[in-house]
Design a protein around this ligand. Structure first.
Ligand code: DOR
Length: 417
């Protein structure tokens, strides 16, 4: 198969041709190779398939919100070819049987690559550690996502175990004792009369994580950073050579606490949407490399679950289908080159998670490729989303960037009309 178009990847930029054979990229070059062009993507961007390091497909246990099948279709529609699923299913992904079930189901569906974050503690209850040695072979990292062990001792032990099996901890950094509101504490939470979550609920946990990474030399990847203080702590940690990495979601880069004026449960997310100064620092962190990854934290809920007052609604935004379009929006709004943002959803997560042959358009790599029309727009509607989760603040809005085609290992997973 030959694809022609404007290639944008770490290894190759500009107009060119990609030759694909047996699911792998055989060559990438500016000269037209022998044979006819199968996919002519002239005037469109040809980019690596996205790697979404943080998503929830809800199966088993919460299939009314999403299934591995609907989540996989949503991913393909969003240009995502590899996802890392978090363990907050029911039962939790804390045992081999459930992890193997999810992997088998994903293989049967045969769309995107589904990778797993195994739970740190049994039932994600923060008390008893899972069997890291046994799970290591089947997971890309360990997380109690939605929460983190509140015990210093257990978290320290978890980091030592993660180090011993050479996997990262993917940490949802939150001190629960300090948390418990519905939006970020600040002038706007007071103005709108919505209960506030102070930024220290996150930053104290981030400081703990950095210190634990220093002491154990384990790689701790901090999920969805949302405060200025957290970015500063991670930046300092990195300067000191501590093995920490960090992620931000696209919604924390686009929406702010002041946007909660409408009390929309669709904007209730954990961690909460940032204040202006937090968002500015998140952008700085993206630019100076403190934050290597952008992820969706795709958290689908049914409309019934979200159709309640903000104080009662569950936390979460359905995001895997709006991630790529959001990068275009962020690039325009903050004047960040699109390719800088693209690295945060392709080669950077591949490197952090040690996924060989993914995240770049390069000979020998998997032919996971997306054809994107950055100049076209699409409307986010209940109908246009493949996910069961329609809980996105983008609902009804137009977004730039239309995924025309998603290929995984040379096979077309999704084709727009
Ligand atoms: O908003 C969130 N939703 N944050 C989390 O940490 C968990 C997620 C979910 O699973 O719904």
């Amino acid at each position: 198969m030959i694809i022609k178009g404007e290639i944008l990847s770490k290894s190759f930029k500009g107009n060119g041709y990609i030759v694909i054979k047996d699911g792998l990229i055989k060559s990438v070059g500016r000269e037209k190779p022998k044979g006819s062009v199968d996919i002519d993507a002239e005037d469109k961007l040809v980019i690596p398939g996205l790697i979404d390091m943080h998503a929830h497909f809800r199966e088993p246990g919460y299939e009314h919100r999403e299934t591995i099948e609907t989540g996989s279709k949503a991913a393909a529609h969003g240009g995502v070819t590899t996802v890392v699923l978090m363990p907050n299913t029911n039962p939790a992904l804390d045992n081999l049987e459930t992890i193997k079930y999810v992997k088998k189901r994903a293989e049967e569906i045969g769309l995107v690559d589904v990778l797993i974050a195994g739970a740190i503690t049994k039932g994600r209850k923060g008390k008893e550690l899972t069997n890291f040695k046994k799970l290591a072979e089947y997971v890309v990292g360990f997380s109690d996502d939605g929460t983190t062990p509140q015990s210093f001792k257990i978290f320290l032990e978890a980091a030592k175990l993660a180090k011993s099996v050479n996997k990262p901890i993917l940490d949802h950094a939150e001190i629960e004792e300090l948390s418990g509101g519905s939006m970020r504490e600040g002038n706007f939470s007071r103005l709108y009369g919505i209960s506030g979550i102070p930024d220290v609920a996150e930053s104290i946990a981030v400081a703990r994580d950095v210190e634990v990474a220093r002491y154990t030399a384990a790689h701790i990847h901090i999920q969805h950073l949302s405060t200025k203080a957290s970015v500063e702590i991670v930046r300092e940690g990195k300067k000191r050579g501590i093995p920490v990495s960090a992620e931000v979601t696209h919604h924390h880069l686009i929406f702010k606490d002041e946007d909660l004026k409408d009390r929309s449960p669709f904007k209730k997310v954990n961690p909460p949407l940032p204040r202006e100064e937090d968002q500015e620092e998140l952008i700085k962190g993206l630019l100076d490399g403190t934050i290597e990854v952008i992820a969706s934290d795709h958290a689908p809920y049914s409309l019934e679950e979200k159709s309640v007052d903000i104080e009662k609604a569950p936390f979460g935004i359905s995001g895997i289908e709006t991630l790529l379009s959001s990068l275009i929006l962020i690039s325009k709004r903050h004047e960040i080159p699109f390719e800088v943002l693209l690295e945060k959803v392709t080669c950077n997560p591949a490197k952090l998670l040690n996924l060989p042959l993914k995240g770049d358009i390069k000979p020998g790599y998997k032919a996971d490729i997306v054809i994107l029309d950055p100049d076209k727009e699409w409307r986010v509607t209940e109908k246009s989303l493949f996910s069961k989760g329609k809980n996105t603040p983008f609902l009804g809005k137009r977004l730039p960037g239309v995924v025309e085609m998603t290929l995984k290992e040379g096979k077309i997973l999704y084709r727009g009309d």
